[in-house]
Design a protein around this ligand. Structure first.
Ligand code: LRH
Ligand code: MN
Ligand code: MN
Length: 426
């Protein structure tokens, strides 16, 4: 299935008048405050987020998996699904692949499908947290940190293979997330595990093309519940520094202990020029992978406030790889991703409304109340008409969920692909 622009326009027509009324009202009041509304709309139009290939099927937990049917069962179909989301939102112009879940069979064909849908290949993810079919060595007791040299070598080689696959597709970064750690005290020597990991990452780094970056993801626990080798941003930062200029930390919003100040982590990594990428999701308890903005939208706004500040003030930090990492059981996965994209754009637009100069003065004067007012005024503004305008300008849907439903996308996919579909991946 492909959504044509005129299909979207037909759906948009019903809501055009109400959109124009809301947009005019908001842009007048923002213009009166000196906000450059057109510039914000342009920034929203440019902002693209990669869809993870593993989120396109209904996610599962280890207790079960409930299909939404019509899910993609191969890479071609996954990219087609990203194309559907992109045509509605005009915000999902990239896909992030997980290897070996998504090894292309025909590179030329995959690249053609992607470029026909305006989709780029963002970071490729390696996977040394599962044993692969016919693999000689097992990752049961770790991969890059393993005490066995043969296991470490196999894991290093896998990462080099992933770089090679990504290179053929036009990717420019490798994301490494390790499940390595221990389940019980005494099981691992912390120092040996970290040292092995550093040495292994350095080997992978040597195989990185010049214009690539390596993104090192951290997570405090799960699947190991006593210790994790790359447990926090400090460890990731330390390893990125040990590897070199092309290595960076990757922040996944769900990979923190409760109440961590993620916005401060983001800010400090950008100051040091070491924030390379982002996995958006939301959580109540741990690595819940819930829809972005569904639980803590104010925290998301505060994170974006630091990202916007960093993008304006930290030229030492590279452009970020923006990715979603969310998936679960009870929503149509495409609708879920559309909601995540909307929440990301909303938080970004609100952060762009923060008057950084006014905030700086209030901070210098220690006017704590004013500082809070500045942030909360921006947060309380309903910016959705700006998002609508950005999508409209780019040929997208005023209301992507509404358009998705009125175009009956899921049923069309079920007609095409049938009911017995199983998405590969988690
Ligand atoms: C680990 C993680 C990591 C993986 C993805 C499937 O929890 O966030 O990014 O690659 O999930
Ligand atoms: Mn992640
Ligand atoms: Mn995760």
């Amino acid at each position: 299935m492909k959504i044509e622009e005129n299909h979207i326009q037909n759906v948009n027509n019903n809501d055009l008048k109400s959109h124009n009324d809301h947009f005019d009202f908001l842009s007048n009041s923002l213009n009166n405050k000196g906000v450059d509304v057109n510039n914000i709309v342009k920034k929203l139009q440019e902002f693209q987020v990669a869809i993870p290939s593993w989120a396109l099927g209904a996610g599962g937990t280890r207790f079960g998996r409930f299909s939404f049917y019509g899910e993609p069962s191969n890479l071609e179909q996954k990219i087609q699904d990203v194309g559907l989301i992109h045509s509605l939102t005009q915000t999902a112009g990239a896909v992030s692949l997980h290897i070996p879940w998504d090894i292309p069979e025909d590179y030329k064909a995959i690249k053609e499908i992607a470029s026909g849908l305006n989709i780029k290949f963002d970071a490729v993810n390696s996977n040394t947290f599962q044993d692969q079919k016919n693999a000689k060595e097992s990752y049961k007791y770790g991969s890059l940190s393993n005490t066995s040299e043969a296991v470490r070598q196999q894991a290093i080689q896998h990462n080099l293979d992933v770089i090679n696959i990504g290179d053929k597709l036009g990717s420019k970064s490798l994301t490494v997330w390790l499940a390595d750690g221990s389940c019980f005290p005494g099981q691992n020597n912390f120092q040996t595990a970290l040292q092995n990991t550093e040495n292994s990452l350095k080997e992978i780094y040597k195989g990185l093309p010049n214009d690539w970056s390596m993104l090192i993801e951290y997570k405090p626990y799960e699947p190991n519940f006593y210790s994790t080798v790359i447990q926090d941003w400090g460890t990731s930062f330390m390893l990125a520094n040990a590897c070199g200029d092309k290595a960076y930390s990757l922040v996944d919003l769900g990979h923190h202990l409760p109440n961590s100040n993620i916005e401060q982590i983001v800010s400090i990594l950008m100051l040091k020029g070491k924030l390379g990428g982002f996995h958006f999701n939301d959580s109540k308890y741990g690595d819940d992978d819930l829809t972005v903005g569904s639980i803590k939208p104010y925290a998301l706004f505060l994170i974006f406030n630091e990202l916007v500040y960093g993008m304006q003030n930290n030229p030492q930090n590279p452009d970020l790889a923006w990715m979603i990492d969310a998936s679960h059981n009870v929503k149509d996965p495409l609708e879920d991703l559309i909601q995540s994209l909307e929440a990301i754009q909303e938080a970004y637009a609100k952060a762009l409304l923060v008057d950084q100069n006014e905030l700086k003065i209030a901070q210098q004067e220690n006017d704590v109340v004013k500082c809070q007012e500045i942030l909360q005024n921006a947060y309380r503004t309903d910016v959705r008409p700006l998002l609508e305008k950005a999508r409209l300008n780019a040929g997208g849907a005023l209301n992507p969920i509404k358009a998705y439903r009125s175009l009956d996308v899921r049923n069309e996919l079920i007609k095409e692909r049938g009911k017995n579909t199983v998405a590969t991946g988690l």
